[in-house]
Design a protein around this ligand. Structure first.
Ligand code: PHE
Length: 346
């Protein structure tokens, strides 16, 4: 075939093939067939040798026209397809901003932990250290070192979860007192609180839980007196329950403190006049405390002639119940959203 005719027929063939280009695949085929290195349009220039000298110029011009016609179709189609693809993608990924958003439910601290935070803040401001004790204790730390020997009747007061004869779940954070004194090898002064859980084999009801929390406090130094204990607790109670609150100490008994006291706070519901909350007495019991028993000091390595100390133990749920008017201790552990939402979150 005459080279000019070949060029024209390639152009016709390409025009015909253009109709079949509908997507990226057929476009790629079109490119291969006409425009790639071995493509039909690319091969046309090679026919120049067969063209007579006087026609070479016009043949070259025509071949260039054929090639650029096919190439411009290709470029245009390529852009068109890309644009179409982009539009489809945008359509598919469209975000419907008219849809109402999903409500974010915000969690908050259980009121019980809020109380612990508050108590920690109060005692930190008085220069106390916050220590963490251990839930699994030994008979030695939970009882023996606290002057509760094996046959002591007060062991019955605290029905214990035992793992074996020696290991148990601590029945009181007071075990942390013994640790603080024993672990302090240099026998330097101590000023600490220890918030944590305690466990007793109680049947759960409105006021009892087999697991509850206490905050233990211990101060050991030279010349510590009951007056220091009273002043400390007074300050604590005023910060916790309000400036108008007063405390009173009633004599009590704990084996690890001597003397021992039970501490009452003037009722914040009736301002001390007497109401159902304070059972008509005007006072509400909030914690147990006392001067560290000299026997305990010496068992834990302190010289009771040189050192004295005080200790106290606050029930966290009890404080939270009084502060927030909660009637059932079990609520703190049920994680009922309606209950948790009722408290000011921090
Ligand atoms: N551990 C005592 C209790 O659980 C409370 C207490 C602590 C009393 C410290 C005196 C000193 O009842």
């Amino acid at each position: 075939m005459d080279p000019i005719q070949t060029a024209e027929s390639v152009l016709l063939e390409a025009k015909d093939a253009e109709k079949g280009v509908k997507d990226q695949n057929s476009l790629a085929e079109f490119f291969n067939r006409f425009l790639s290195k071995k493509g039909k349009a690319s091969g046309l220039m090679a026919l120049m040798r067969e063209v007579k000298a006087e026609n070479k110029a016009s043949f070259g011009k025509r071949v260039n026209e054929v090639k650029s016609s096919i190439a411009s179709f290709y470029e245009q189609k390529k852009q068109e397809l890309e644009q179409k693809e982009l539009e489809e993608k945008l359509k598919k990924e469209r975000i419907d901003i008219t849809l109402p958003g999903r409500e974010q439910i915000q969690g908050r601290k259980n009121p019980f932990y809020q109380i612990i935070d508050e108590v920690e803040d109060i005692f930190l401001s008085m220069g106390y250290q916050v220590v963490s004790g251990r839930d699994v204790e030994t008979d030695h730390y939970n009882f023996e070192l606290l002057n509760v020997p094996k046959d002591h009747p007060s062991r019955d007061m605290q029905d214990t979860f035992y793992f074996d004869a020696e290991k148990l779940l601590r029945t009181q954070t007071s075990a942390a007192q013994a640790h603080a004194m024993v672990d302090n090898i240099d026998k330097t002064p101590i000023k600490m609180i220890c918030p944590g859980k305690a466990y007793r084999r109680d049947d759960d009801d409105m006021t009892h839980s087999h697991q509850f929390a206490q905050i233990e406090g211990l101060v050991v130094d030279k010349g510590i007196s009951l007056a220091n204990l009273k002043a400390t607790l007074e300050l604590f109670v005023k910060k916790m329950f309000g400036e108008k609150r007063e405390i009173r100490l009633r004599s009590s008994y704990f084996p690890f403190t001597e003397p021992s006291v039970e501490v009452d706070v003037s009722c914040f519901a009736c301002q001390g006049k007497g109401c159902p909350m304070c059972k008509g007495t005007g006072w509400i019991e909030i914690l147990g405390a006392g001067m560290v028993n000299p026997k305990v000091l010496s068992m834990c390595g302190y010289d009771p002639e040189a050192y004295s100390g005080f200790a106290f133990g606050v029930g966290v749920e009890r404080v939270a119940m009084l502060r927030y008017g909660v009637d059932d201790i079990r609520r703190f552990y049920q994680n009922d959203e309606r209950f948790l939402k009722a408290f000011p979150g921090k």
